[in-house]
Design a protein around this ligand. Sequence first.
Ligand code: WA2
Length: 281
Amino acid sequence: IYQDTALRRKETLANMCDERARMLQDQFNVSLNHVHALAILVSTFHHGKYPSAMDQKTFGEYTERTAFERPLTSGVAYALKVTHSEREQFEKQQGWTIKKMEHGDQTLVQDFDPAKMAPAPIQDEYAPVIFCQRTVAHIVSIDMMSGKEDRDNILRARATGKGVLTSPFKLLKSNHLGVVLTFAVYERDLPPDATPEQRIAATVGYLGASYDLRSLVEKILQQLASKQTIVVNVYDTTNMSAPINMYGSDVVDTGLLHVSSLDFGDPSRKHEMHCRFKHKP
Ligand code: WA2
């Protein structure tokens, strides 16, 4: 009888964990598809029309009104590919200078006053944000290539043509960890077998979405009760020997542990959900 209860307990934990992992993964996938569609929207109406049929007002309204389609994102933005030789003309046309990404005191909003931010130092190319959802208005004019995680994402997104994810890092104006999802926007439709070089050459910009991990997982877990029963942790296990805790507090060992795999659509990143009972039997 004891073995029976122990077995049932183990199964219950496994089922609860798998259910939560699947739900998180599915919701992430839904929002990933909508972010992909936004990249096509920008391609069609900004780069596919002359003059452009897209501006900040249109992008801001559209992304705000369709935010329900991206339930896990805290905001979406579009950064343009600007080479150094285009910089002067671009800045004159925009009426602002390209800014360097800097993590100031996260609690002071005035640190994000663009007028007070340092201009981006000279680089071969930049990725200044030109359109954004109101929720991430503070990143307008910032060169996304001046942040390590964002830069890696941009380089990988444009060479592959796939949606790519950063590892968890502290987002601007946020106190907790987040991840960024990026899709490259190309000036024309590319064949599926296009080489990385062809893709890089055809790149015109980058559509990105930021995810606040804590609120993301909280939302999912709140939809399924039983927060009193189990403790959930989400890890980035890309580097197996140094997993990054993306969600959940320190682990208290109560014996049983179940690990559910998570697939967020970027094969070069690995994620896992770890579940435990809150109390010993
Ligand atoms: N979006 C919001 N907050 C951030 C951030 C970001 N990146 N990076 C650091 N904090 C416009 O991939 C292109 C969005 C980057 C897209």
